[in-house]
Structure formats: C-alpha cells, structure tokens
Design a binder for this molecule. Structure first.
Ligand code: C5P
Length: 222
C-alpha cells in the first residue's frame, strides 16, 4: 500500500472541462470527464499530500480528504490556479481548458433570426504556462492529448510551456483519454522518459504520482 511519502507536500490539480458562456443559457465546452485529474487527486491524497482540486463542471464525487474548488470558465480556473500556485509544491494541469472563449457574452438570450450567426472567439490564457512562468514556480506537470507524432509534440510542449514534465496520451488509440476508464501515458521530463502502459486511470494515477515524486526529489524546485 501507499506510505505517506508525500507528507508535508501540497499538490494542486486542475481537472475537467471549462465552460465558456455565450449568453445566459448557452455555453461552449468539451467532453472531458475529469476522471484522470480526479484519480491523480485521490492518489496524491492517499500518498499523504494536502491536495487542492480545481475543477470545471464534472459529474464526479470529490475524493476523500481533497479540497475541491469548482470553477466554470478558463479565466476563473486561472485565477484560482495562480493563487494556489504560490503555496504548492506540485501543480498538475489535467484540465481540458477551452482554447477560446466567446469575445462578447450576450447579456440576454441570443434570439434566432438570421440564417447565419457569427460568434467571435478570443484565445484563453494558457493556465499551466502562466503557472510555470511564476517566480518560484512549483514543479509543473502538463498533459498532451495527441493523435500523431506524440513524442515530438509532447517534447515541444514541455519546452514551450517551460514545464518540468509532460504526460502524453495518444487519444486515437482505443481505451485512451476522454471519458474512458483506462489510459496509457508516455512521460517526458528533462532527464528522460517513461512509458506507463494501458491500465485503469486510478492505477495509472498512482504510478504517475510516484514518478512525479521521484523526479521532484532528484531536481527540487528553487
Ligand atoms: O496546448 P495544449 O492544450 O495541448 O496543452 C495541454 C496542456 O496544457 C494540459 O496540461 C492543459 O491542462 C494545459 N492547458 C492550460 N490552459 C490552456 C490550455 C491548456 O493549462 N488554456
């Protein structure tokens, strides 16, 4: 079983989708279930960490002992993340953040009239990159869902977002990623890489948390 090898550490995890409103009754979102992020939160808590879970709208029970912060939009998620990032050792970005939000949210319900309707979208901030860019940034871990060239794109994301580790999954392989109860990950960090084969998200989370802890031990953050 798990010892308390994370005792004294704080972990912050983002999970689930974000929801970007169009008007008071409509939004843009995605199919993220939040399962992987919740599994990581549970595994880190069971290993003895103080865990904050910042999550978009999901249908999942909060793991025991985990402090959950519910948010809707990417901007809300970033506000919470940047606050908690100042007092955490590890930040794991598992959320499927909407890349864009509606530029002008209508105050009243948009009425159907013309044959076509144009929505102007504005790019959302990159939450994990903004955490990694902080002075005294925590050990920051990102995810990369790719359908091809998994290693190349993952390595590029590691560099571009200035992360300590990236967890790549090939979402085109059956049993991987969104809504599935199983997943497989390829981990890349500056000192090496490791493949975690297909298994339940809970078991995968346990292995990932152990691995993050061991890399963190080798190269502690400032
Ligand atoms: O760039 P891409 O969306 O593929 O990067 C995925 C990683 O970046 C995930 O760790 C995700 O949680 C994080 N991310 C974020 N804020 C965004 C977009 C992605 O934190 N706006």
């Amino acid at each position: 079983g798990d010892s308390d090898y994370l005792a004294g550490q704080t972990w912050v995890i983002t999970a689930g989708p974000t929801r970007e409103p169009m008007d008071p009754v409509r939004f843009i979102s995605n199919h993220s279930s939040g399962k992987m992020g919740f599994a990581i939160a549970r595994a880190a808590q069971q290993a003895g960490a103080k865990v904050y879970l910042i999550c978009g709208p999901v249908q999942l029970a909060t793991p025991a002992g985990v402090e959950r912060i519910d948010v809707e939009t990417a901007i809300d998620m970033q506000t919470q993340a940047l606050q908690l990032a100042l007092k955490t050792d590890v930040f794991v970005a598992c959320a499927a953040v909407a890349d864009y939000r509606v530029a002008q949210v209508a105050e009243q319900k948009i009425k159907k009239s013309s044959q076509q309707l144009q929505l102007l979208l504005e790019k959302n901030p990159d939450i994990v990159a903004s955490v990694a860019a902080l002075d005294n940034a925590p050990f920051t871990v990102g995810f990369a869902a790719e359908t091809e060239n998994v290693e190349t794109y993952a390595q590029q994301k590691l560099q571009r977002k200035n992360l300590q580790m990236i967890c790549a999954n090939n979402v085109s392989t059956p049993g991987h990623g969104f809504n599935s109860d199983t997943n497989a990950l390829s981990l890349y960090w500056r000192g090496g890489n490791l493949k975690l084969p297909l298994t339940s998200k809970q078991e995968l989370a346990r292995q990932l948390v152990q691995h993050i802890a061991s890399v963190l031990k080798e190269c502690p953050q400032p």
